[in-house]
Design a protein around this ligand. Structure first.
Ligand code: IMP
Ligand code: MG
Length: 380
């Protein structure tokens, strides 16, 4: 028996309104079936078994199975229906029952997948009055966490977690049966996750507000997240503070854990705007891993591009009213801008390398700039 571990592939399958990710390859399915064939044919000895496939889902499995079966055998089908959409329903409909006499025969049920076991219970009801010599159950896929019955499963191909799958005979509302590999429902559906960048004075905060509204995104400003955790004395906040009090940088792991908590708090979001993070390539990689663990990814790094002289003018103007001391000194301002470019060059390369960097002209009316940003985001 193969216990399946996740592939780390990126291709995504869309059926109706849902997204699925690659889960089990054709080769792995083939190997699992080969093993089942060997086990079953050894157990059958010289007897000619009757394989009973449960339609619709099992047609591909039965076909591949009997092609590999090395000795004479018979094949028949019964047709049951239980699943509606993503859920196993209470009543199982018997659409086509047994059509041949199985008295004194060795019968092996070939199921594509066993989930709650309700279908299997119906199979047992069908066979209750048949005087078969032996009834055994073989299933290609099995979800142990979902199984609620006590019937013994004699042959199991691949154990899988309790998540909805499609492909290789299995469907989601009619689609997906024809796909030769198995795909698994993505935990998060399609999201727009943006990393927003811009030098001081570029208008990042203003634009983030608009984007958040328009695309129903959650704005995660690392600065705000830190202040929130420290103010509320969360475990992570206290941990972060202990480093800050020593004058040390907060380790990336702590920051990522805080961001993870924010992402989890908003698990129904249509996406996130990350602001103030990442700052280094290591952080960018950590953020990719975090999104990957949520079956998602960073869609784009969007950087507002504003000429230095315009920024200096804007910040000096702002300093006149804001009273922020670092907004009034031209040398400090120029240093902050330079520091921004020194630090973000690496990230620009990182995201460019993945075709995910988008520079947007940040000079003009606020609405004009928003329109430019939307043009980029709509195409993601
Ligand atoms: P059970 O009756 O709950 O054991 O479910 C068995 C039947 O439900 C299978 O024969 C499939 O038709 C369907 N099913 C169970 N899990 C899945 C799945 O993950 N994807 C597609 N169909 C499924
Ligand atoms: Mg089935």
């Amino acid at each position: 028996m193969i216990i399946f571990e996740n592939l780390n592939s990126k291709a995504v399958l869309k059926l109706h309104n849902l997204y699925f990710k690659p889960f089990i390859s054709s080769r792995e399915i083939d190997e699992a079936i080969q093993k089942m064939v060997e086990e079953i044919s050894a157990d059958m000895g010289d007897e000619v078994p009757v394989f009973v496939g449960i339609l619709n889902g099992s047609f591909m499995f039965v076909s591949d199975f009997v092609k590999k079966y090395p000795k004479p055998c018979e094949v028949t089908f019964i047709k049951l229906a239980s699943y509606e959409g993503l859920k196993s329903s209470e009543d199982i409909h018997r659409l086509i029952g047994l059509t041949q006499d199985l008295t004194d025969r060795k019968v092996i049920i070939l199921e594509d997948i066993i989930d709650s076991g309700k279908t299997l219970a119906e199979v047992y009801r069908i066979f209750k009055n048949e005087k078969v010599k032996e009834l055994k159950i073989a299933t290609l896929f099995y979800k142990p966490e979902a199984y609620k019955k006590d019937f013994k499963l004699h042959y199991v191909g691949i154990k899988i977690p309790n998540k909805f799958i499609v492909g290789y005979g299995l469907d989601y509302n009619g689609l997906g049966r024809d796909i030769p590999e198995v795909y698994q429902l993505k935990t998060t559906q399609h999201m727009k996750n943006l990393v927003l960048f811009g030098p001081p004075g570029a208008g990042k905060g203003t634009q983030a507000e608009f984007l958040k509204e328009k695309y129903n995104l959650v704005h995660i400003s690392t600065g705000d997240v830190f202040r929130y955790n420290i103010k509320n004395e969360t475990a992570l906040g206290m941990l972060a503070k202990s480093f800050m009090d020593k004058g040390e940088l907060v380790p990336d792991k702590v920051t990522i854990d805080m961001l993870n908590a924010e992402v989890e708090k908003n698990s129904d979001a249509e996406g996130f705007i990350f602001d103030g993070f990442p700052r280094t390539e290591a952080q960018a990689q950590a953020l990719d891993e975090l999104m990957d663990s949520k079956d998602s990814e960073i869609s784009a790094m969007i950087a507002l591009e504003v000429d230095d002289e315009v920024l200096v003018k804007r910040l000096i103007e702002r300093g006149k009213t804001s009273g922020r001391p670092d907004d009034s000194d031209e040398i400090i301002i120029r240093n902050r801008i330079k520091e921004y470019y020194d630090k973000t060059a690496i990230l620009k390369n990182y995201y460019s390398g993945k075709d995910k960097y988008f520079g947007v002209n940040g000079v003009g009316e606020i609405q004009e700039i928003t329109d430019r940003l939307c043009k980029v985001i709509d195409r993601l």
